[in-house]
Design a protein around this ligand. Structure first.
Ligand SMILES: C[S@@+](CC[C@H](N)C(=O)[O-])C[C@H]1O[C@@H](n2cnc3c(N)ncnc32)[C@H](O)[C@@H]1O
Length: 205
């Protein structure tokens, strides 16, 4: 199932197969991002908006010493991701059904984002499904909330993005690496300094 993107897509229902290349991380990108994020044994990495679990599953297989947790607000995708994890017999992966912005992020060492809120700006047949109300204003609010949360995370926090998350690197982070990958690039940001009072509320515009 993780030998290629095509092999993974064959495990998906048909409506997801035709959208997978738009919404789900290519296997090679997932493996590379996993290696950049999980540098030490015992690390916990949160995938913000895990979809059908493709990043977490490929990452967990790539780095067995780390735990990958995916939070996803579409229940059917969470159930699918859990079934795939069982089939792969992976014990270092977990999926949570929730709004990512209602979860406590403080226990995670690193974060992965594949443009999770971009769907709020989509208005065509490639939208994953219509079970979530899509509003461009939500994109702005969610991106700002993520940027704030990451900016107050502890020093050493690692963040990898593929197709970004809608804003520049959060305050306090250095861009440590940028690699061409898939149809875009992986960026790795590492938090290197505490931000000053008031800085965290800076707008990203
Ligand atoms: C571009 S897909 C990435 C999927 C997965 N991370 C991957 O790389 O294969 C973004 C996913 O984020 C989910 N999502 C968007 N906003 C969310 C939120 N506020 N809370 C939880 N999941 C969210 C969407 O339902 C979608 O499945």
């Amino acid at each position: 199932m993780l030998s290629s993107d095509e092999a993974f897509e064959q495990q998906l229902p048909q409506d997801l197969q035709i959208r997978a290349s738009v919404h789900f991380t290519p296997i090679d990108v997932a493996r590379r991002a996993a290696s950049l994020l999980a540098t030490d044994a015992g690390m916990s990495i949160l995938d913000i908006g895990a979809g059908a679990g493709k990043f977490c599953l490929a990452a967990a297989a790539q780095v067995p010493t780390a735990t990958f947790v995916g939070v996803e607000w579409r229940g059917r995708l969470v159930r699918l991701a859990k079934r795939l994890a069982d089939r792969l017999e992976l014990s270092n992966v977990e999926f949570i059904h929730a709004d990512a912005l209602e979860l406590d992020w403080s226990k995670y060492d690193a974060f992965y984002l594949f443009n999770p809120f971009g769907e709020q700006l989509m208005d065509n047949e490639l939208v994953l499904d219509r079970t979530i109300a899509l509003e461009p204003e939500k994109f702005v609010v969610h991106v700002a909330a993520v940027r704030h949360r990451l900016s107050i995370a502890r020093v050493g926090t690692r963040v990898a993005t593929y197709h970004g998350y809608g804003a520049p690197a959060p305050l306090g982070y250095d861009l440590v690496r940028r690699e061409r990958a898939g149809s875009d690039a992986i960026e790795l940001w590492v938090k290197t300094r505490l931000i000053q009072a008031g800085e965290a509320t800076e707008s990203f515009a």
